[in-house]
Write a protein that binds this ligand. Structure first.
Ligand SMILES: [Zn+2]
Ligand SMILES: [Zn+2]
Length: 216
């Protein structure tokens, strides 16, 4: 059995937010998912080059070091258009350079190519309006930010938003293979097959074929 390929992980900030580092296809630099406080210094100390910063959403604990990473690495910062307003609230006050929007329509999925890698973008709003999960089909893993955790889903500000989040997860994540590895923005990684058993997902599971019981 081959062990799953673990992405490099950095955890920082008061909410213990994760950043994940994925090597580009050439192995010359990394794609970085999220930028908690302290990430920029950690990258510098380890001599890690970033080709692009991919933000799962715009909450401050995920973007605290985005401006520093963008500046130090002269790299683009991708975020969904609907979370752009959140970036303006960044506590550092310095605007983030080179911000680009992720090419995915509201509530939809889109195939994307960056750093020589194929990534599927899932727009899964609810926790924030611009929350995105990054799925790598080749490695069968999801970087979901605060969309889904081990044993939970992202906090939502209203029941309607929670419903929107659950139905987005049901549409895009729950149909993925059970072995899909989930790397969330906080806490331990998990596997889709484990999370699917949570009762709150029951109404959103993909329809299964079953034999109608006989009514005779
Ligand atoms: Zn969040
Ligand atoms: Zn978070």
């Amino acid at each position: 059995m081959t062990a799953p390929i673990m992405p490099l992980l950095y955890t920082g900030g008061p909410l213990a937010t994760h950043a994940y580092l994925i090597p580009n296809a050439a192995g010359t630099a990394y794609l970085c998912v999220d930028a908690p406080d302290g990430l920029a210094a950690e990258l510098r100390e380890n001599g890690i080059q970033v080709e692009a910063l991919l933000l799962t959403h715009g909450h401050s604990d995920h973007v605290g070091d985005a401006a520093r990473v963008a500046r130090n690495h002269a790299c683009p910062v991708y975020i969904h258009a609907e979370d752009l307003p959140l970036l303006g609230r960044e506590k550092e006050g310095t605007p983030i350079e080179n911000v680009l929007t992720l090419p995915v329509e509201r509530g939809e999925a889109a195939d994307w190519h960056i750093g020589g890698r194929d990534i599927t973008l899932f727009h899964v709003p609810g926790h924030t309006s611009g929350s995105v999960a990054f799925y790598e089909p080749a490695l069968n893993r999801v970087f979901g930010g605060d969309v889904i955790f081990a044993g939970g889903i992202g906090r939502c500000r209203s029941p309607a938003l929670r419903e929107e989040l659950l139905s987005g997860i049901g549409r895009w994540l729950l149909p993925l293979p059970d072995a899909t590895e989930i790397y969330p923005g906080h806490g331990p990684s998990t596997r889709l097959g484990i999370e699917k058993k949570e009762p709150y997902f029951a109404p959103y599971l993909p329809a299964r074929e079953f034999t109608q019981p006989s009514t005779l």
